[in-house]
Design a protein around this ligand. Sequence first.
Ligand SMILES: Nc1nc2c(ncn2[C@@H]2O[C@H](COP(=O)(O)OP(=O)(O)O)[C@@H](O)[C@H]2O)c(=O)[nH]1
Ligand SMILES: Nc1ncnc2c1ncn2[C@@H]1O[C@H](COP(=O)(O)OP(=O)(O)O)[C@@H](O)[C@H]1O
Length: 192
Amino acid sequence: MKRGLLIIISGPSGVGKGTVRKYFEANKDLNLAYSTSMTTRKPREGEIDGKDYFFVTREQFIQSIQKGELLEYAEFVGNYYGTPLKEVNRLRDEGKNVLLEIEVQGAKQVQEKCPDAISIFIIPPSMEELENRIRGRKSEPEEIVQQRLAKAEKELKLVNQYKYIVCNDDPKLAADLIQTIIYRNIEIEENK
Ligand SMILES: Nc1nc2c(ncn2[C@@H]2O[C@H](COP(=O)(O)OP(=O)(O)O)[C@@H](O)[C@H]2O)c(=O)[nH]1
Ligand SMILES: Nc1ncnc2c1ncn2[C@@H]1O[C@H](COP(=O)(O)OP(=O)(O)O)[C@@H](O)[C@H]1O
């Protein structure tokens, strides 16, 4: 069996990564598996441990780093986020195309370790719209919103690090574009 693809989806906080993913992740033809990350961030209302994230303490996270259990990790606005390596390998070995939804520093580490990874960056139609979306979600206090917006300005300068850039104006259109990118890469891999 062919090993599954590794697909990185990045983009600033609030751009709509999770929203867009919901439109395509159930598409069986894409044979996707979402990699659940580990984080020290506190759960938001409705988030489920083990599904949205593995919520851990700083000590537990640092232990995972030291034991070499993470494919990549980064600190983002005061919290650690990282990708458990074992699960990614297990899923890819099963032939699943594994989806990582990670920020730019982590994406860079994955690109260095796995040059075949397919990298997609989602951009907002404008900074005003990004601000509206982060605020509209009402998931963070004002101070954190400000920090995430400042971070977004820096992250948006790194679009050249990615192979594909998708604007999330209409979420269904953005999802269709991402599906097309994945389909084409599956086809390329099959013909290798
Ligand atoms: N490097 C890295 N970044 C991650 C990981 N999981 C999530 N992130 C990113 O961390 C940032 C903050 O995530 P979160 O607090 O859930 O906010 P949200 O993405 O705006 O909903 C986002 O850019 C995520 O894509 C991970 O495992 N590694
Ligand atoms: N294309 C879009 N147009 C308008 N609002 C959107 C769009 N995509 C996402 N949103 C909204 O923006 C907010 C942030 O989206 P979310 O998926 O949580 O972003 P991310 O996962 O990138 O942090 C949510 O309230 C979501 O409903």
